[in-house]
Design a protein around this ligand. Structure first.
Ligand SMILES: *Cc1c(COP(=O)(O)O)cnc(C)c1O
Length: 226
């Protein structure tokens, strides 16, 4: 079922992204807008592709792989943004352009492969006090980065974070920017910051985000997972 509002939501979000970039003195062209299509059918991804979207985000392996396979005729880049079990890492590597949720050494080791290609990797920061949430403690960022730098087949792009619910997103993203600056002392090429979702992308852009992960503001409400 095609969604007549999809194109206008996409255009509205892209205009808001450009406004936020200009307000921050940044060039909108330096931002990558990833549309998070989790829960939505492959047909919606196809509609997005027809509107010129190339970067798609998913948070579960089986769903991501199924869409990747069904849409293999399209030239899409799949970004894995959800928590990832190490035993699924190799399978994700096979179709993903990037993994935004790398948060532990065992996952780095499981994603690494000497297969002649480089998988883009973002280190996810846990900005909450709850260790059960995904992400590495910002204090433990450097050793994890060293592990990626030493691993074959991985390209360290930067950091990723989700602003904690109920907190001021600007303050949360300021912490992400600070972690990014520390990371760049160790890995000068790792300049990317994956931050900003439907409700807080303007704040993320103000704090230097380079990769926005936007779902519902573009796709509309997610159908229940079934
Ligand atoms: C679902 C999801 C998003 C998109 O969230 P929206 O609020 O729908 O924009 C971004 N990042 C991650 C990690 C997600 O799981």
């Amino acid at each position: 079922m095609s969604d007549p509002e999809l194109a206008s939501r996409l255009a509205r979000v892209d205009a808001a992204i450009a406004d936020a970039a200009r307000a921050a003195g940044r060039d909108p062209a330096e931002l990558t807008r990833i549309v998070v299509t989790k829960f939505h059918p492959a047909s919606l991804v196809r509609e997005l592709a027809a509107l010129g979207v190339r970067d798609m985000g998913e948070n579960r392996h089986q769903e991501a792989r199924a869409k990747h396979d069904e849409l293999a005729d399209l030239d899409l880049a799949w970004h894995f943004v959800g928590q990832l079990q190490s035993n699924k890492a190799r399978a994700v590597r096979a179709y993903a352009a990037s993994v935004h949720s790398v948060d532990r050494a065992s996952l780095v080791d499981a994603l690494a492969a000497d297969d002649g290609r480089a998988l883009d990797v973002f280190l996810e920061l846990n900005l909450t006090e709850d260790p059960g949430r995904g992400g590495v403690d910002p204090e433990a960022l450097e050793p994890l980065a060293e592990r990626v730098l030493a691993a074959p087949g991985l390209r360290l792009r930067g950091v990723m974070a989700v602003a904690p619910l109920g907190a001021d997103p600007r303050g949360a993203f300021a912490r992400v920017r600070e972690a990014s600056e520390r990371l760049r002392r160790l890995a000068p090429e790792a300049t990317a910051i994956s931050a900003g979702m439907s409700g807080d992308f303007a704040e993320a852009i103000a704090e230097g985000a380079t990769h926005l992960r936007i779902g519902t503001a573009i796709t509309g409400d997610r159908p229940p997972r079934g």
